[in-house]
Design a protein around this ligand. Structure first.
Ligand SMILES: Nc1ncnc2c1ncn2[C@@H]1O[C@H](COP(=O)(O)OP(=O)(O)OP(=O)(O)O)[C@@H](O)[C@H]1O
Ligand SMILES: [Mg+2]
Length: 321
């Protein structure tokens, strides 16, 4: 677990970048930091592995102050994906990925196997890519290497600063899916910075919305959508598209009450389905299962959908229109 107690960061000009933050990130949690440019996301992230020194307060990992850890022990056990791609230009892709495993004195064979496994995972053929230099890869390919490099030595905690921003929508979706699957399988603690609310809602167990160095709201995707604390959060979530608020399936998913319920489902939808598809199915069935990565994660009922749409319509001020 990572805890922030009254953590403040002032840069040299005395400008407060992060102001008296109190925060608990749970073990195994996918925690997303989101907020406008300059609100302090990168600063918050970099204080965790001591790339930036805090000015006031305490950060603890598993109860121990980060200042009490040996700096190498701390850094090697925290994977980090920088906001800018930062591969070592003179080293091959394989060497880049192997940096921390080598520091940790893994065997050559073990390292080679791990590099291949990771390259495969993000769709970069090991035979084709492992001996290339970073400049021989596209921006998006380099970014994928940056992500797997952070995973290489199997760290407990992974910090990711907008890791998918240079990717096209398809690669981005694929890598998001891979990361979610990975996190579900190995239960790492991931602190993930994003600009993109859709990405945050998809990935986050909880989302922390920041503004001007402070926390505005922390909650599950469902909580943020259902109960935004103020207009800032509401606007951040409800990006207007064609006068209609973007539909977030998280807003209408309900938990499954019992195993029996699951067997009674007549039809299912996917978390990726459009609002229109879901409405068409709800016209025929009172209740639908919601499938995500092959698993039923909840249900959507006709009643909850009507409630959601009515609410959305009132928000837009066109109840009659
Ligand atoms: N080294 C520095 N010296 C002085 N001020 C800094 C320094 N680094 C960041 N800042 C300031 O601290 C504030 C927070 O910066 P930070 O990089 O944490 O923002 P961010 O939320 O990550 O923004 P972005 O979304 O643009 O990456 C900004 O106002 C920035 O100008
Ligand atoms: Mg940043």
């Amino acid at each position: 677990m990572i805890t922030f107690e009254n953590v403040t960061k002032k840069y040299v000009n005395d400008q407060v970048a992060v102001n008296a933050i109190n925060l608990e990130i749970n073990k195994g949690e996918f925690f997303v930091l989101i907020g406008p440019s300059g609100c302090g996301k990168t600063t918050l992230l970099k204080m965790i592995n001591r790339l930036i020194h805090l000015t006031e307060g305490t950060i603890r990992i598993n109860g121990k102050r980060i200042s009490d850890y040996n700096i190498h022990e701390l850094r090697w056990n925290i994977g980090y994906v920088l906001q800018q791609i930062a591969l070592f230009p003179h080293m091959t892709i394989e060497e880049n990925i192997a940096v921390v495993p080598e520091l940790k004195k893994w065997s050559k064979q073990q390292i080679q196997q791990r590099v291949r496994e990771l390259l495969d995972m993000v769709g970069l053929e090991p035979d084709k890519y492992s001996q290339r230099k970073p400049k021989e890869l596209s921006g998006g390919e380099q970014q994928r290497v940056g992500v797997i490099r952070a995973l290489a030595a199997d760290p407990e905690i992974i910090l990711m600063d907008e890791p998918f921003s240079a990717l096209d929508p398809i690669s981005r979706t694929k890598l998001q899916d891979d990361l979610l699957e990975l996190q579900r399988a190995i239960q790492k603690t991931i602190v993930f910075v994003s600009h993109d609310m859709q990405e945050a809602l998809k990935l986050g167990d909880r989302i922390c919305v920041m503004k001007d160095g402070e926390i505005v709201q922390i909650g599950t995707p469902h909580e943020l959508i259902q109960n935004p604390v103020n207009n800032f959060v509401r606007e951040f979530i409800g990006v207007k598209e064609h006068g209609m608020n973007t539909f977030h399936i998280q807003a209408v998913i309900e938990p499954i009450a019992s195993e029996g319920d699951q067997k009674n489902l007549e039809d299912t939808i996917s978390t990726k389905d459009s609002l229109q598809t879901i409405l068409q199915k709800l016209a025929h069935h009172e209740c639908l299962g919601v499938e995500d990565n092959g698993k039923i994660i909840g249900i959507v009922t006709r009643a909850s959908m009507l409630q959601y749409l009515a609410h959305d319509s009132i928000e837009r001020g066109n109840v009659n229109g």
